[in-house]
Ligand binder design. Structure first.
Ligand code: KIV
Length: 303
């Protein structure tokens, strides 16, 4: 693969020396060092989260809710998910970027599932793809793995099944259900998953998964023991009105954004827009030029 700077194959797809890769994550697990994962859906936010040292950025299908305004994750369009994944990787080339495969992009047909996973890797620049899965997905995860796609299997509570189950809920809360979640994790690791993610299960279920499997385990609402932890960014930073019970916020960006919007409304009303203005260039004339010239450009290059 070419490392020519500025080419499509250059800075983004050639792993940087200090990039987080699946090897980095495995080493952190061996060293007993927890890794941090957050959802992310755009390049600018990705840049800040990478600067913060977040190891894994998950382009979750929660984008359907927090970005596109739907009330269900199953409404996430595949094309948009691929595009957002690429945006996140371009914003955070050193983070490990995980793409969540949307509803019906991997369930209906195994060959289509492998092709869609491939799109996340090539067009979307993803490092890993995630699929909500149980043992019935062992075959398709195996096919993806054999095709060279690193897969994270998402077990426990699976939001894409909310319609079937009558809403979002915890998982593994009876001995029978708990055994099934653990068994799912074991089978999916055997089928080729390089990582597991478990959502909304009692801590005992997490402990049992960790005893029974060897790959890095990311948890969300699954107790503190997991190797890595993930939250939806908007829940963490106080932008959602009703965050799930397991999401403890660390900031109040929603109210801060509202205050910034209100301040802008006031300034506009009072004609106090601030910032530097433009002047006519020397010798320029309003009639000849038809107004000032404006440059638009890449992030960091705006004038
Ligand atoms: O889509 C998503 O954001 C997720 C997390 C909640 C784990 O799958």
């Amino acid at each position: 693969m070419s490392g020519v700077s500025g080419s499509y194959y250059g800075p983004v797809t050639t792993p940087k020396r200090d990039s987080v890769t699946i090897r980095t994550i495995r080493k952190m697990v061996r060293d007993g060092q927890p890794f941090a994962c957050l959802t992310c859906y755009d390049a600018t936010t990705a840049r800040w989260l990478e600067r913060a040292g977040v190891h894994v950025l998950l382009v979750g299908d929660t984008a359907a809710e927090v970005i596109l305004g739907y009330s269900r994750t199953i409404d996430m369009p595949l094309e948009i998910a691929v595009a957002l994944t690429g945006a996140v990787k371009r914003g955070a080339p050193r983070a490990l970027v995980m793409a969540d495969m949307p509803f019906m992009s991997y369930q209906a047909d195994a060959a289509e599932a492998v092709r869609n996973a491939g799109r996340f890797m090539t067009e979307g620049l993803a490092d890993v793809v995630k699929v909500e899965a149980d043992q019935s997905h062992a075959e398709v995860i195996g096919r993806m793995a054999r095709a060279g796609v690193p897969v994270c299997a998402h077990v426990g509570s699976r939001p894409q099944l909310a319609g079937l189950q009558g809403g979002y809920s915890g998982a593994g809360r009876t001995p029978k259900e708990a055994a099934k979640v653990v068994e799912d994790a074991v089978v999916l690791e055997k089928s080729g998953a390089v990582m597991l993610l478990v959502e909304a299960v009692p801590a005992e279920v997490t402990d049992e998964i960790m005893r029974a499997t060897t790959v890095p385990l990311i948890g969300i609402g699954a107790g503190p023991a997991c190797h890595g932890q993930v939250l939806v960014l908007q829940d963490l930073v106080g932008m959602t009105d009703e965050p799930p019970r397991f999401a403890e916020g660390v900031a109040k960006i929603g109210p801060a954004l509202q205050a910034a919007g209100e301040e802008w409304v006031r300034r506009v009303a009072e004609r106090r827009i601030g910032g530097a203005g433009y002047e006519m260039k020397a010798g320029g004339s309003i009639r000849a030029a038809g107004g000032g010239e404006q440059k638009r450009g890449v992030p960091g290059g705006r004038e």
